[in-house]
Design a protein around this ligand. Sequence first.
Ligand SMILES: C[S@@+](CC[C@H](N)C(=O)[O-])C[C@H]1O[C@@H](n2cnc3c(N)ncnc32)[C@H](O)[C@@H]1O
Length: 259
Amino acid sequence: MKKKLLILQNAFHFRSFSFFKYIFFKKRRRKIKSKATKYFYELPCIDFDEWASTQNKDLYLEMKKFQDEFVLFEKKFDFSHLGGSRGLDQFSALYFFTILLKPEFILETGVANGYSTFSFLSGIHQNKKGFLVSNDLPPLDIKKENWDYIGQMVPEQFKPKWKLFLGADKNNLKNITKNYDFDLAHFDSDKTKSGKMFCIETVIKNNSKHPLILIDNCADDFFWQGLKVENYSKFIFEQNKKRFGALIYKEHLSRLLLD
Ligand SMILES: C[S@@+](CC[C@H](N)C(=O)[O-])C[C@H]1O[C@@H](n2cnc3c(N)ncnc32)[C@H](O)[C@@H]1O
Protein backbone atom coordinates (compact mmCIF):
# COMPACT_ATOMS: atom_id res chain seq x y z
CA MET A 1 0.00 0.00 0.00
CA LYS A 2 2.84 2.36 0.97
CA LYS A 3 4.49 1.70 -2.41
CA LYS A 4 1.27 2.40 -4.34
CA LEU A 5 0.90 5.71 -2.51
CA LEU A 6 4.50 6.64 -3.30
CA ILE A 7 3.95 5.86 -7.00
CA LEU A 8 0.81 7.99 -7.05
CA GLN A 9 2.56 10.85 -5.25
CA ASN A 10 5.51 10.78 -7.69
CA ALA A 11 3.20 10.46 -10.71
CA PHE A 12 1.45 13.69 -9.65
CA HIS A 13 4.75 15.39 -8.85
CA PHE A 14 6.11 14.69 -12.37
CA ARG A 15 2.70 14.88 -14.10
CA SER A 16 3.47 11.47 -15.62
CA PHE A 17 0.65 8.97 -15.91
CA SER A 18 1.71 6.76 -18.85
CA PHE A 19 3.22 4.46 -16.22
CA PHE A 20 -0.30 3.33 -15.29
CA LYS A 21 -1.05 2.26 -18.86
CA TYR A 22 2.21 0.34 -18.72
CA ILE A 23 1.16 -1.57 -15.58
CA PHE A 24 -2.41 -2.06 -16.77
CA PHE A 25 -1.39 -3.82 -20.00
CA LYS A 26 1.49 -5.79 -18.40
CA LYS A 27 0.29 -9.22 -19.60
CA ARG A 28 -0.39 -8.07 -23.17
CA ARG A 29 2.92 -6.23 -23.26
CA ARG A 30 4.85 -9.35 -22.20
CA LYS A 31 3.25 -11.36 -25.00
CA ILE A 32 4.06 -8.73 -27.63
CA LYS A 33 7.61 -8.37 -26.29
CA SER A 34 8.53 -12.02 -26.77
CA LYS A 35 7.31 -11.99 -30.43
CA ALA A 36 8.86 -8.59 -31.12
CA THR A 37 12.23 -9.63 -29.66
CA LYS A 38 12.30 -12.70 -31.92
CA TYR A 39 11.43 -10.50 -34.92
CA PHE A 40 14.04 -7.83 -34.11
CA TYR A 41 16.84 -10.33 -33.42
CA GLU A 42 16.22 -12.13 -36.72
CA LEU A 43 16.66 -8.97 -38.83
CA PRO A 44 20.01 -8.35 -40.55
CA CYS A 45 22.36 -6.31 -38.40
CA ILE A 46 25.81 -4.76 -38.34
CA ASP A 47 28.35 -6.11 -35.87
CA PHE A 48 29.31 -2.91 -34.07
CA ASP A 49 32.89 -3.88 -33.18
CA GLU A 50 33.61 -5.01 -36.75
CA TRP A 51 32.18 -1.78 -38.18
CA ALA A 52 34.02 0.32 -35.58
CA SER A 53 37.38 -1.27 -36.35
CA THR A 54 37.02 -0.49 -40.07
CA GLN A 55 35.97 3.09 -39.26
CA ASN A 56 39.00 3.85 -37.11
CA LYS A 57 41.26 1.10 -35.77
CA ASP A 58 42.93 3.24 -33.07
CA LEU A 59 39.61 4.49 -31.77
CA TYR A 60 38.25 0.94 -31.79
CA LEU A 61 41.18 -0.18 -29.60
CA GLU A 62 40.61 2.79 -27.29
CA MET A 63 36.95 1.77 -27.01
CA LYS A 64 37.98 -1.77 -26.00
CA LYS A 65 40.25 -0.29 -23.30
CA PHE A 66 37.36 1.88 -22.09
CA GLN A 67 35.19 -1.26 -21.91
CA ASP A 68 37.79 -3.13 -19.81
CA GLU A 69 38.29 -0.22 -17.42
CA PHE A 70 34.52 0.21 -17.08
CA VAL A 71 34.16 -3.35 -15.72
CA LEU A 72 36.27 -2.35 -12.68
CA PHE A 73 34.71 1.13 -12.42
CA GLU A 74 31.10 -0.11 -12.21
CA LYS A 75 31.97 -2.33 -9.21
CA LYS A 76 32.37 0.81 -7.05
CA PHE A 77 28.64 1.60 -7.11
CA ASP A 78 25.61 0.41 -5.24
CA PHE A 79 22.68 0.23 -7.70
CA SER A 80 20.07 -0.72 -5.11
CA HIS A 81 19.06 2.94 -4.52
CA LEU A 82 17.40 3.01 -7.96
CA GLY A 83 15.97 -0.49 -8.00
CA GLY A 84 19.12 -2.54 -8.56
CA SER A 85 19.37 -2.84 -12.35
CA ARG A 86 22.64 -2.49 -14.19
CA GLY A 87 22.77 -0.18 -17.21
CA LEU A 88 23.23 -0.37 -20.94
CA ASP A 89 25.22 -3.32 -22.38
CA GLN A 90 26.33 -1.36 -25.43
CA PHE A 91 27.64 1.62 -23.41
CA SER A 92 31.03 1.66 -25.14
CA ALA A 93 29.38 2.20 -28.56
CA LEU A 94 28.27 5.59 -27.17
CA TYR A 95 31.86 6.41 -26.23
CA PHE A 96 32.93 5.44 -29.75
CA PHE A 97 30.26 7.56 -31.49
CA THR A 98 31.12 10.57 -29.30
CA ILE A 99 34.80 10.51 -30.23
CA LEU A 100 34.10 9.69 -33.89
CA LEU A 101 31.52 12.45 -34.44
CA LYS A 102 32.89 15.06 -31.99
CA PRO A 103 29.40 16.49 -31.40
CA GLU A 104 28.83 19.93 -29.94
CA PHE A 105 25.62 18.86 -28.17
CA ILE A 106 24.41 15.37 -27.21
CA LEU A 107 20.92 14.55 -25.95
CA GLU A 108 20.09 11.44 -23.96
CA THR A 109 16.91 10.25 -22.32
CA GLY A 110 17.13 7.62 -19.58
CA VAL A 111 20.01 8.07 -17.13
CA ALA A 112 19.38 5.77 -14.14
CA ASN A 113 22.80 5.06 -12.54
CA GLY A 114 24.58 6.53 -15.54
CA TYR A 115 26.22 3.92 -17.80
CA SER A 116 25.29 5.86 -20.94
CA THR A 117 25.87 9.25 -19.26
CA PHE A 118 29.35 8.27 -18.09
CA SER A 119 30.20 6.92 -21.57
CA PHE A 120 29.11 10.11 -23.37
CA LEU A 121 30.89 12.34 -20.85
CA SER A 122 34.08 10.26 -21.08
CA GLY A 123 34.02 10.82 -24.86
CA ILE A 124 33.40 14.57 -24.36
CA HIS A 125 36.31 14.69 -21.89
CA GLN A 126 38.55 12.96 -24.41
CA ASN A 127 37.42 15.32 -27.23
CA LYS A 128 37.90 18.40 -24.99
CA LYS A 129 34.71 19.56 -26.65
CA GLY A 130 30.97 19.02 -26.32
CA PHE A 131 28.08 19.13 -23.85
CA LEU A 132 25.59 16.49 -22.74
CA VAL A 133 21.96 17.20 -21.88
CA SER A 134 20.11 14.34 -20.15
CA ASN A 135 16.49 13.81 -19.22
CA ASP A 136 15.31 11.17 -16.78
CA LEU A 137 12.09 10.44 -14.98
CA PRO A 138 13.07 8.83 -11.66
CA PRO A 139 11.43 5.43 -11.20
CA LEU A 140 8.10 6.31 -9.58
CA ASP A 141 8.49 3.77 -6.76
CA ILE A 142 11.70 5.45 -5.54
CA LYS A 143 11.70 7.92 -2.62
CA LYS A 144 12.75 11.52 -3.27
CA GLU A 145 15.96 11.17 -1.21
CA ASN A 146 17.15 8.56 -3.73
CA TRP A 147 16.70 10.80 -6.77
CA ASP A 148 20.23 12.09 -6.06
CA TYR A 149 21.54 8.70 -7.19
CA ILE A 150 20.43 9.40 -10.77
CA GLY A 151 23.69 9.67 -12.67
CA GLN A 152 25.68 8.60 -9.59
CA MET A 153 28.47 7.28 -11.86
CA VAL A 154 29.28 10.77 -13.18
CA PRO A 155 32.50 12.03 -11.56
CA GLU A 156 32.69 15.66 -10.33
CA GLN A 157 35.22 16.61 -12.99
CA PHE A 158 32.70 15.78 -15.78
CA LYS A 159 29.80 17.78 -14.30
CA PRO A 160 30.59 21.17 -15.92
CA LYS A 161 29.81 19.52 -19.29
CA TRP A 162 26.49 18.03 -18.17
CA LYS A 163 22.97 19.23 -17.51
CA LEU A 164 20.37 16.86 -16.05
CA PHE A 165 16.63 17.47 -16.22
CA LEU A 166 14.25 15.38 -14.12
CA GLY A 167 10.79 14.63 -15.49
CA ALA A 168 8.86 12.77 -18.17
CA ASP A 169 10.16 13.12 -21.75
CA LYS A 170 6.72 14.23 -22.86
CA ASN A 171 6.89 17.20 -20.45
CA ASN A 172 10.55 18.19 -20.90
CA LEU A 173 11.81 17.33 -24.38
CA LYS A 174 10.08 20.11 -26.32
CA ASN A 175 11.83 22.82 -24.30
CA ILE A 176 15.15 21.00 -24.21
CA THR A 177 15.27 20.50 -27.99
CA LYS A 178 14.35 24.14 -28.59
CA ASN A 179 17.27 25.33 -26.46
CA TYR A 180 20.06 23.18 -27.93
CA ASP A 181 20.90 22.04 -31.46
CA PHE A 182 21.86 18.38 -31.10
CA ASP A 183 24.26 16.40 -33.30
CA LEU A 184 23.77 13.08 -31.50
CA ALA A 185 20.85 11.64 -29.51
CA HIS A 186 20.30 8.47 -27.52
CA PHE A 187 16.88 7.32 -26.34
CA ASP A 188 16.70 4.78 -23.51
CA SER A 189 13.75 5.96 -21.41
CA ASP A 190 10.07 5.61 -22.23
CA LYS A 191 9.57 2.03 -23.45
CA THR A 192 6.20 2.62 -25.09
CA LYS A 193 5.89 2.87 -28.87
CA SER A 194 4.40 6.36 -28.63
CA GLY A 195 7.09 7.43 -26.17
CA LYS A 196 9.93 6.38 -28.50
CA MET A 197 8.23 8.04 -31.48
CA PHE A 198 7.73 11.23 -29.48
CA CYS A 199 11.47 11.45 -28.67
CA ILE A 200 12.48 10.89 -32.32
CA GLU A 201 9.95 13.30 -33.79
CA THR A 202 10.68 16.02 -31.22
CA VAL A 203 14.45 16.03 -31.73
CA ILE A 204 14.12 15.99 -35.53
CA LYS A 205 11.46 18.70 -35.63
CA ASN A 206 13.30 21.15 -33.39
CA ASN A 207 16.90 20.69 -34.55
CA SER A 208 18.70 21.84 -37.67
CA LYS A 209 21.70 19.51 -37.54
CA HIS A 210 20.04 16.20 -38.56
CA PRO A 211 21.29 14.35 -35.47
CA LEU A 212 22.39 10.75 -35.53
CA ILE A 213 19.81 8.99 -33.34
CA LEU A 214 20.45 5.82 -31.34
CA ILE A 215 17.51 3.93 -29.86
CA ASP A 216 17.50 1.24 -27.21
CA ASN A 217 14.36 -0.82 -26.42
CA CYS A 218 13.68 -1.54 -30.13
CA ALA A 219 12.89 -5.18 -29.35
CA ASP A 220 10.13 -4.42 -26.83
CA ASP A 221 7.39 -4.05 -29.46
CA PHE A 222 6.95 -3.77 -33.23
CA PHE A 223 7.93 -0.09 -33.23
CA TRP A 224 10.98 -0.77 -35.46
CA GLN A 225 8.92 -2.50 -38.15
CA GLY A 226 6.77 0.57 -38.77
CA LEU A 227 9.46 3.20 -38.20
CA LYS A 228 9.94 5.53 -41.15
CA VAL A 229 11.63 8.92 -40.94
CA GLU A 230 11.96 11.18 -43.97
CA ASN A 231 15.56 11.50 -45.24
CA TYR A 232 16.84 9.03 -42.63
CA SER A 233 17.98 5.40 -43.06
CA LYS A 234 17.52 2.74 -40.39
CA PHE A 235 20.31 0.43 -39.19
CA ILE A 236 20.54 -2.19 -36.49
CA PHE A 237 23.83 -2.58 -34.62
CA GLU A 238 24.79 -5.38 -32.27
CA GLN A 239 27.36 -5.09 -29.50
CA ASN A 240 27.92 -7.51 -26.61
CA LYS A 241 24.96 -9.55 -27.94
CA LYS A 242 22.65 -6.55 -27.47
CA ARG A 243 20.99 -4.84 -30.44
CA PHE A 244 20.09 -1.20 -30.80
CA GLY A 245 18.61 0.89 -33.58
CA ALA A 246 20.24 3.81 -35.37
CA LEU A 247 18.63 6.47 -37.54
CA ILE A 248 21.17 8.18 -39.78
CA TYR A 249 20.57 11.17 -42.01
CA LYS A 250 20.98 9.95 -45.62
CA GLU A 251 23.55 12.63 -46.54
CA HIS A 252 25.76 11.48 -43.62
CA LEU A 253 25.87 7.82 -44.65
CA SER A 254 28.96 7.92 -46.86
CA ARG A 255 31.19 9.45 -44.18
CA LEU A 256 30.20 6.53 -41.90
CA LEU A 257 30.89 3.98 -44.67
CA LEU A 258 27.25 2.94 -44.56
CA ASP A 259 26.07 3.80 -48.09
C1 LIG B 1 16.95 1.58 -18.70
S1 LIG B 1 17.06 2.98 -17.72
C2 LIG B 1 18.32 3.94 -18.48
C3 LIG B 1 19.66 3.30 -18.39
C4 LIG B 1 20.80 4.22 -18.78
N1 LIG B 1 20.68 4.71 -20.14
C5 LIG B 1 22.11 3.52 -18.61
O1 LIG B 1 22.82 3.32 -19.61
O2 LIG B 1 22.44 3.18 -17.47
C6 LIG B 1 15.63 3.87 -18.16
C7 LIG B 1 15.42 5.17 -17.40
O3 LIG B 1 14.41 5.93 -18.07
C8 LIG B 1 13.48 6.41 -17.11
N2 LIG B 1 12.19 6.64 -17.77
C9 LIG B 1 11.16 5.76 -17.93
N3 LIG B 1 10.12 6.35 -18.54
C10 LIG B 1 10.49 7.62 -18.78
C11 LIG B 1 9.84 8.75 -19.39
N4 LIG B 1 8.61 8.65 -19.84
N5 LIG B 1 10.53 9.91 -19.46
C12 LIG B 1 11.80 10.01 -19.00
N6 LIG B 1 12.46 8.99 -18.41
C13 LIG B 1 11.82 7.82 -18.30
C14 LIG B 1 13.47 5.31 -16.05
O4 LIG B 1 12.94 5.74 -14.82
C15 LIG B 1 14.96 4.97 -15.96
O5 LIG B 1 15.63 5.84 -15.10
